[in-house]
Design a protein around this ligand. Structure first.
Ligand code: FUC
Length: 805
């Protein structure tokens, strides 16, 4: 190389690297400035090690603690100064165990119940249903199943750090940084500035806590691991080990678990002794915690893993690495998913702590707080990444965070809206991988569900009713009024095609096709012709979980052809037909499905213009009922659409308005559903109203959704709903800004996904779309619709196109 060229290149590369350095500084600064955080100026008050046994489990302080997690290991960080408390979870910590719940009397009474219903004898039909159709045994224990075979998702326990400091502190700051999935706490005490950093790493399968101070020898504390019951904590030379077995709900030993804690210090001393870790006068301490159980997701033998070895190996590996590298690989792994979507509704700086912001919002008569909307939106994505990863169990009613032995509703999987809602944001908000655990659960449910289908209904295929658990519970619930929701399996299974529609991943579809076909098979056998209309109908079943006044004067839930069942079955059949088209399947079974779909009783409009919830215009007992299952076809289904079936859409709107007028949307998840429903109706203002109701009434200081109690579906439903307001692709069209509220004047969203494998970025000003970009993963035509215009954009796989507006 000639010298001048060499020096030119050197010079250029110097300039380049300087530029890169400056750019990376700028990006870092920009990133820092744009970091979304939940932040507070006070700790959540924890108990202390000495009163661990009597710490109130379901206290309000827990709803101020901050959740971190890696899909299976979870923690709630209180950030208290003198006594730190980190409540722990491991997603498979389930009491109970597999049990046979199928009712051998069910099938012989089935046709009698149907006949009674056809004769209008609702009272008798309900009595016979109660007597014969419910599960055998205690079922879910009426939602308190910790000590029956159904079991309950339980806390793993608590990690306590009792510091030797007492007294006051200042400059307190506590935050959950959504951009990095790290909790940070800082404060000053006795002239020393303290910092703590907490995260749960997916790559290293460990909870990591780093404690530092700006003066040497300032960190001294005593620590241990406890659990409200069934545990023993021992110390080895360099570990604390908490171990035990839960109850199997039948008087025996159930799931086994282990949690291990180790520590590294800079200066000072570390001592593991007598079940405690004692740290004296350290400059810095890093704690590592791993946990594991012997659970395996495989019916009927759920025992599998060498769990003691797994947790030991994880602990050994993580502590051999430098803290910084563990942190960096955690952040990189998390950001791979999190950074895919950006939402900007405001450029104002976040100068108000999150709890005060919420309070102000409530007292300000719900004046829009766009920052809060951004925060809630990304928090939903954060929670999904932190509670549902490929290879884990699906996010349950509380994700993976629960601090009790008897978690509300057993912290299980309710399949009559709740677990489905958990996954509504997964595809559109660019977290398709996080959807995968739901399919693993369905695969496990096939076998027990096939037995239930045979025993209860003499049907082929598989079924699940409104509640299931990690032990393969598929029978109807113990109370027929909610337990006879026979459409639940159809609803659950529609998620398979939802994932396919967005990803066009044929291998995925092939591998899950048997699950889809099994569910379809079940409903083909289950449906019967209505003697009057000859239409195919489902029943005996319920419209979750609403009651009506029957023609015989009784108050009933049991009926034939609830609109919800009819709609989810239509959707399942449509999904099956689409799956066959995608996979090139053409056979007699497909023909049968196509014919059955055409013969299904479809949605009906009552004389008052509302969509009928039941097969006749019965009067509902609870007019503002929290479930709006008879509008499933509008959302999340696509049988009803504003443009394609305007009359039905209008009837759905009437039903929604009526529900709300009578107090509907009163649980967190219910108001979250309304956001989605109104978005589908193109009603940005009404969708925003429901979002505001949720934010003002059903969100705790740590932004956990509230039924109440805490139920995470509202968080996921809200994230899905906000996405639906900005982008929809439930029909063949991709609708841009279909339900933009007036108050979201200008903004930008990047990285939302649509069916067909497109990724969309949108920018708007003064309520008008000014920029749109489509990235095509799979090629094909993107039919983009904005207001009344439709553009058919031809794309090639891998191409990114600016849309001409
Ligand atoms: C359904 C709802 C309840 C609650 C429970 C977990 O049964 O009807 O409101 O959300 O799930």
């Amino acid at each position: 190389m000639t010298p001048p060229l060499q020096s030119f290149l050197k010079y250029t590369s110097l300039i380049l690297s300087l530029n890169c350095f400056l750019m990376s500084c700028n990006t870092q600064q920009e990133n820092k400035a744009s970091h979304l955080k939940l932040w507070y100026q006070q700790p959540a008050k924890s108990g202390t090690l000495s009163n661990a046994a009597i710490v109130k489990r379901n206290d309000l302080e827990w709803l101020k603690a901050l959740p971190i997690g890696n899909g299976s290991l979870g923690a709630m960080v209180y950030g208290d100064v003198n006594n730190e408390h980190i409540q722990l979870n491991e997603e498979t910590m389930w009491s109970g165990g597999p049990s046979d719940n199928d009712n051998l009397e069910a099938f012989s009474a089935l046709s009698d119940i149907r006949n009674l219903l056809f004769e209008g004898k609702y009272k008798e039909a309900t009595t016979l249903t109660k007597q014969t159709q419910i599960c055998k045994g205690a079922g879910t224990g009426l939602g308190k199943g910790a000590n029956v075979p159904f079991g309950c998702f339980q806390t793993l326990g608590d990690l306590w750090l009792d510091f030797d400091s007492t007294g006051s502190f200042e400059n307190y700051h506590r935050e959950l940084d959504l951009d990095e999935a790290v909790v940070r706490v800082s404060y000053s005490q006795n002239g020393v500035n303290y910092k703590r950093e907490y995260f749960v790493s997916y790559p290293d399968q460990a909870l990591v806590v780093k404690l530092t101070a700006n003066k040497p020898q300032s960190i001294s504390f005593k620590s241990t691991l406890t659990r409200p019951e069934l545990y023993q904590t021992k110390s080895t030379e360099n570990e604390l080990v908490m171990q035990g077995a839960l109850s199997n709900g039948s008087g025996g030993k159930g799931l086994e678990y282990i949690a291990r804690l180790s520590a590294k210090n800079k200066n000072g001393t570390l001592n593991f002794n007598n079940g405690f870790l004692e740290v004296k006068k350290a400059d810095e301490v890093v704690l590592y915690l791993t946990a594991s159980t012997n659970y395996k997701l495989s019916y009927p033998d759920f025992t599998g893993r060498l769990y003691e070895e797994i947790s030991a190996k994880n602990l050994e590996d993580v502590q051999q690495k430098a803290y910084e590298s563990v942190l960096v690989s955690h952040v990189n792994d998390y950001q791979k998913y999190y950074k895919r979507v950006q939402l900007k509704l405001t450029s104002s700086l976040d100068t108000i702590p999150t709890d005060l912001r919420l309070k102000t919002f409530k007292s300000n008569n719900k004046k829009s707080d766009l920052h809060l909307v951004e925060l809630l939106y990304q928090y939903g994505r954060y929670l999904l990444i932190s509670s549902s990863r490929p290879g884990t169990l699906p996010a349950n009613l509380q994700g993976i965070w629960a601090n009790e032995l008897q978690t509300p509703w057993n912290g299980d999987y309710h399949t009559d809206v709740n677990v489905q809602m958990n996954y509504w944001p997964s595809e559109v908000a660019n977290l398709g991988e996080m959807h995968l655990p739901l399919f693993s659960l369905m695969e496990m449910l096939q076998k027990p569900g096939a037995k239930t289908a045979k025993v209860h209904y003499n049907a082929n295929g598989w079924v699940v009713h409104p509640v299931t658990n990690v032990w393969g519970f598929t029978a109807p619930g113990e109370r027929s009024d909610w337990g006879m929701h026979v459409g639940a399996g159809a609803w659950l299974t529609t998620h398979i095609m939802e994932h396919y529609y967005f990803t066009l991943n044929e291998d995925f579809l092939k591998s899950k096709f048997p699950v889809l076909k099994g569910a379809t098979q079940f409903y083909l056998d289950w449906l019967i012709p209505d003697p009057k209309t000859k239409k195919l109908i489902s029943g005996p079943s319920v419209s979750p979980e609403n009651k009506f006044i029957a023609p015989d004067g009784s108050m009933s839930k049991i009926c034939m052809a609830p609109a919800h069942d009819q709609q989810v079955i239509w959707q399942l059949f449509q999904n099956y037909i689409d799956a066959c088209n995608a996979l090139g399947i053409q056979d007699d079974f497909l023909n049968e499905v196509q014919q059955a779909q055409q013969q299904l009783q479809g949605p009906q409009i009552g004389a008052d213009g509302r969509l009928l919830e039941w097969n006749e215009a019965f009067e509902e007992i609870e007019k503002g009922h929290r479930h709006i299952s008879h509008l499933y076809a509008l959302h999340p289904g696509f049988q009803i659409d504003l443009k394609e079936t305007p009359e039905l859409a209008n009837a759905a709107r009437n039903s929604l308005d009526y529900r709300i007028k009578h107090g509907g949307g009163h649980t967190g998840w219910s108001s979250a559903w309304l956001i989605n429903q109104y978005a589908r109706l193109g009603e940005g203002g009404l969708a925003e109203n429901s979002l505001k109701t949720l934010l003002s009434k059903k969100i705790s200081p740590n932004l956990f959704g509230q039924h109440p109690p805490f139920q995470i579906d509202a968080n996921f439903g809200a994230t899905a709903g906000i996405s639906e307001m900005l982008l929809q692709s439930h029909t063949n069209e991709i609708r841009l800004l279909p339900a933009l509220p007036v108050s979201w004047k200008s903004g930008e969203v990047k990285g939302l996904c649509t069916k067909g494998g497109f990724v969309v970025d949108l920018k708007w000003e003064a309520g008008e779309l000014i920029q749109a970009q489509v990235h095509s993963k799979k090629g094909g035509v993107a039919a983009l619709s904005y207001k009344d215009n439709v553009i058919n954009l031809e794309t090639k796989a891998g191409e990114t196109i600016q849309v001409p507006l």
